[in-house]
Design a protein around this ligand. Sequence first.
Ligand SMILES: Nc1ncnc2c1ncn2[C@@H]1O[C@H](COP(=O)(O)OP(=O)(O)O)[C@@H](O)[C@H]1O
Ligand SMILES: [Mg+2]
Length: 360
Amino acid sequence: MDEPFGLRPLQVAVLANLKKNAPTWPGMSPDQWDDLDSETTVAALLAALERGGHRATFLEGDRTLFGNLEKLRPDICFNICEGHFGDAREAQVPALLEMLRIPYTGSKVLTLSLALDKPMTKRVLSYHGLPTPEFQVFERGGEPLDARLAFPLFVKPSREGTGMGVSAQSIVHDEAELRAQLRAIFARYDQPALVERFIEGREVTVGVVGNLMPPVARRMPEDEGAPRVSKGLHFFPPLEVDMARYPAEEGGIYSNRLKVELAHEFHYHCPAPLRQGQVERLQRLTAAVFRVTGCLDVARVDYRLDAANGDEPLILEINPLPGLNPGYSDLCVEAAADGWSYEALINRILTEACQRYGLG
Ligand SMILES: Nc1ncnc2c1ncn2[C@@H]1O[C@H](COP(=O)(O)OP(=O)(O)O)[C@@H](O)[C@H]1O
Ligand SMILES: [Mg+2]
């Protein structure tokens, strides 16, 4: 791989929301904070940045952050905050950093708010002709189902991650199952439900680091050749979740249980056994999603390969804050399969951000 460590020593603040620091209340859903980070991840980030020659300090991304940033005065923040509350919770810390004029790694406010809202992201993808499963958003249990959608369908919350609200029960085969699942989502997550065509097929995810060459302008360059779409990005080998190794009752779904309870016994193929043409198609789609959603520095795009349609890749979502647990997060596994150490991955993300800001 190319050099990741070419920066002058920087004061880096690692901003995260630790599961152990998150607020709790009686009757809280047990998966409430499943998308927050562990102390293991934060310790690994600090160590990786220090090995990159920097001074790294952890700051919790909550209401204490403002004062702590004023005290520490970092050159740059390595941001992985998922936030606690609100529809744009992943964008709150970046918004504060922009107010304070402090540089930070990764995507900015608009991208982070967009990507947290899966239906809105799908509307943007559809506008650009990018393939994503047909869908309908439900705000109430009694709304009629669009005639375009046929069972089986897949029901999930509109604005969660880490498989929250996703299990084998998300696959619904008839009206009664659909209505029951909609009620369950409304009761537990208090937000609209996203109903999609159920895509039977393989589960693949593609990680990327880098930045597109300007001008990007959140559009597809219709007038330019294919290489232009992804220039500036480094793709990691696609990872396929090996569903055959999980109990049949998980329904072949990359569920909350697989991502949280069974995270330490992750079964996957990386690189995924795909033909070169399929890998190229996935890379082009990943670059296109990165481009039209305005991502920066790093992202991961999740796909299902539609078995009913010649394994055509369909975009499920984009993760501009992909998990960075060194042991089992998809992006770290993909980087390792590409011969990158964890340290190289983390310092590359930092370098990408520093180059954008003209730092280092
Ligand atoms: N339309 C669908 N058809 C089949 N499986 C789906 C569909 N949407 C989601 N899934 C399954 O649910 C998992 C989680 O969905 P995803 O949209 O990626 O949300 P999360 O943010 O929780 O990762 C996917 O990895 C996939 O296994
Ligand atoms: Mg996903």
